[in-house]
Ligand binder design. Sequence first.
Ligand code: ASP
Length: 587
Amino acid sequence: MLRTHTCGELRIDHVGQQATISGWVQKVRDKGGMIWVDVRDRYGITQLIFEEGQTDQSVLDVAREVGREFVISATGEVVERVAKNDKILTGDVEVKVSDLKILNKSKTPPFIIDNDTDGGEDLRAKYRYLDLRRNSVRSNLEMRHNLLQQTRAYLSKNSFMEVETPYLIKSTPEGARDFVVPSRMNPNQFYALPQSPQTFKQLLMVSGFDRYFQIVKCFRDEDLRADRQPEFTQIDCEMSFVTREDILETFEGLIRYLFKEVKGVELGELPHIPYSEAMSKYGSDKPDLRFGMQFHELNDLAQGKGFVVFDSAELVVGVNAEGCADYTRKQLDELTDFVKKPQIGAKGLVYVKCNEDGTFKSSVDKFFDQDALKAWADKFDAKPGDLILILAGDANKTRKALNELRLEMGTRLGLRDKNKYAAAWVVDFPLLEWDEETERFHAMHHPFTSPNPEDLDKLGSDPGSVRANAYDMVVNGVELGGGSIRIHDREIQSQMFDALGFTKEEAQNQFGFLMSAFEYGAPPHGGIAFGFDRLCALFGGQDSIRDFIAFPKNTSGRDVMIDSPSLIDADQLKELHLGLVKPAKNS
Ligand code: ASP
């Protein structure tokens, strides 16, 4: 037997017993007469002890051969430690070794395998299998495993059936860019990897599966960020014979269950915030609701007083940073530089300090007297000691910039505590979004999303004003999931493709299968998908999803461990008919 116990198992109760444990050498301390070896596995660390005079010479010789990350198996008596270590669960005992085997040697690892490591990100990525030996990374994956099991448990209990859908599907121009796979057996033709199983899950509803889920890999060829990977995992779900409220209730239930089971956190009821309100109060469709600092619009009070920046602006809007009236010149300059960064794009920042003595000091004192500033402070509900920060300009851009400033202030003021969770549903998104570049409408969610029934008659005449029957779940400013009630009527689906600028032929070519299915008794249905990697990162209190994925890609979309993507040889290219590829007619 290579082990009777794991390295995390032995306690004071085991004293006097014989044990065999196996694992990797974390550390060796050789003090001449005594040798201590810490041996580690997934479950913990146990100390082995070897003593000159007491331990057989042959065993001592083997102990002197081992180095970091050697794989060993040690047998001996469990004894109570003289110097106990209360930082580890096995810290009361050690194993007095009578037999030691080296199961495999190890080269010196390229970085220290411990929570505090000297390995930089690139090095750790190259040796990911060693990085995964570190507690911090492994425990993230343990939590991921737990979330997977609990998700399956909740959904199965609620009659959802897990069905696998294909990975080799068909490329469509909607949404993000597809990853494509050449077909050897069908010269010049390509599969695409799914951006999501959207159409398949809808077809399963037509097939009568009623409640579907799948924890599934999805693929999108997009530019990468900390919270994006080219392949990622979704909890993908669909239900038949439901209203929007049924869906929100079911999946609010899922998220509450996961928070309770996995984090021990009671998540209260989720407020429903219309998209228009999210944009006007927070400048974002995924507001961080761990703190207030809502937007207040000042056009009526601030325009027409001769300050040209305000007078020429579509929107004058600001936030109240409570307790920040004592900000120094330097701090205010930092905030101004922050909003002027190109990615934020504001032209400048106006501030009003609400002094403790009831007076006001602003950067626009030339144009606004104390009474005017007092009226602003009332609007912002600002008290003495508060600081009002104001931006002005084009409405959409200004809201976006103020959203960034609000988040920055939230961070500076410590209001974005990773151990606090604020969740909400954002509802009533616009159905369509105008794209300046291509001069046509895009589906804000996807083309299968049902218009709000009240707005249906405007789909032909005023498509931009139609609201979608769509919803997002937002937690701590992160979009955790999104979905919609779907169109299940062939005629409405066809009108939707018209509104998106598809010709009848294009719609038929790309989505004919779905529209045909709608002619054979499609039930009303809707669904949602959650970003599973993001959920893991949120539960782990981190921004990057990479450390919650066993083998992630780097920010250039590369796997530096297996060195992929890579070139393929000429024979392979030939066999795949690449190099002779003809473009499709419609491109
Ligand atoms: N398929 C959608 C997505 O991946 C989610 C949904 O509508 O269910 O965003």
